[in-house]
Write a new protein. Structure first.
Length: 375
């Protein structure tokens, strides 16, 4: 059995390794696509100075393809309304990236605020209660995705994803997706794919024959324990390639990994789909931060100046050891998250540092102070 792997898009923005950068090994085959998923907060890619620097760095790394994300908003996962995002289409970024020699995969997303309300819902949870509302949802989705395809065609985008990870929407709705694909082909001349969730979706999608490429968002469990060795990882990846190879053989299509992500946490091989803020980071959590500030996932910390005799704190959400003061230190208030405090010199009480969001940037995390640890 032979699998034609067209390329891999790795998630950009995970914590950097602490060791010096190793030279890249040879990539498999001249036609293999070497890509990264490169996103901005709203899909408009407004930070031009930042992304121009990133494009240059990507070239140095041998990357030749970029996955660009745009967005629409769905107020309720069980309602058919889909609103096109008010952010500008990333014309300047796509134009500059293609002029620099990068191929582009455009992957429009439907997002909902309900994905972030603590209920555990995500794109795979989009599900209408009846056939009438499913028909309305597909009508709204087709209008959104065709408009995105027109923009992609005007900018010469090479690959377009007609959808991603809509687990319930692809189950038993083959005819509706074929109509969506036909509508996109009427306005877009490039290659088409669908970015399927590897764990919940690729087994029941029946419309691969209507597309040019099988797209896989591959968050694959490789081991049952944390931090496995190389032999365990090699054994763990084998059945996944067998499964993907069988799918490629069945439909006679090449495979493109539209996402592959293993975050820099100890649980990456066991829970690769879990974001670092919900898992224990493997690189920076146990090391103290030097004097200065750094952005950690969704929280900020400040180390005490060494000249005052104070110690420094690590950029993590952990209760600081009480210091000796002239009066008992006050516990965190209800308005401040428990434990996000920095240690102070012995003659001064602790002060709570309120968390702030990182600055808007195409990068997932941004280091503010060059002395902050990588991660």
């Amino acid at each position: 059995m032979r699998v034609w792997i067209l390329g891999v898009f790795c998630l950009c923005g995970v914590a950097q390794a602490q060791s010096p950068r190793a030279p890249l090994g040879p990539w498999p085959g001249p036609g293999f696509q070497r890509g990264v998923v490169y996103s901005s907060w709203d899909g408009s890619y407004p930070a031009e100075q930042a992304w121009r620097g990133h494009l240059a760095r990507f070239k140095e790394l041998g990357i030749d393809a970029l996955e660009v994300l745009t967005f629409a908003h769905q107020p309720a996962v069980d309602g058919p309304e889909i609103r096109a995002d008010r952010a500008d289409f990333p014309v300047a970024f796509i134009t500059a990236a293609r002029a620099a020699g990068f191929r582009i995969l455009l992957k429009p997303h439907v997002w909902s605020r309900q994905f972030y309300d603590g209920s555990g819902r995500w794109r795979g949870s989009i599900q209408m209660p009846d056939a009438e509302r499913w028909a309305a949802w597909f009508q709204a989705y087709e209008a959104f995705i065709v408009a995105q395809a027109r923009q992609a065609a005007a900018l010469g985008v090479e690959i377009f994803s007609v959808g991603l990870e809509y687990v319930e929407a692809t189950r038993g709705h083959d005819a509706e997706w074929r109509r969506v694909i036909a509508a996109v082909r009427a306005v877009y001349p490039g290659l088409l794919t669908y970015s399927a969730d590897y764990n919940h979706e690729i087994g029941h999608i029946a419309f691969w024959d209507a597309l040019d490429v099988i797209g896989v968002n591959g968050y694959m469990k490789l081991a049952d324990e944390d931090s496995p060795g190389a032999v365990a990882l090699a054994i763990g990846i084998s059945p996944h390639f067998v499964r993907i190879g069988a799918l490629a053989t069945r439909f006679g299509k090449p495979v493109l990994f539209t996402e592959v992500g293993f975050p820099s946490v100890t649980t990456a091989a066991r829970l690769p789909w879990q974001w670092p803020r919900a898992a224990r980071p493997s690189t920076w959590i146990s090391r103290p931060a030097p004097t200065g500030r750094c952005w950690a996932p969704a929280r900020r910390c400040r180390g005490a100046p060494a000249s005052t005799g104070g110690s420094t704190t690590s950029c993590r959400s952990a209760r600081a050891t009480p210091t000796t003061t002239h009066r008992p230190a006050s516990p965190p208030s209800r308005s401040s998250p428990a434990g996000i405090a920095s240690e102070r010199p012995a003659n001064r009480p602790r002060r709570l540092i309120r968390p702030r969001r990182p600055p808007r940037s195409p990068r997932l995390r941004r280091r503010i102070d060059p002395n902050c640890p990588r991660g």
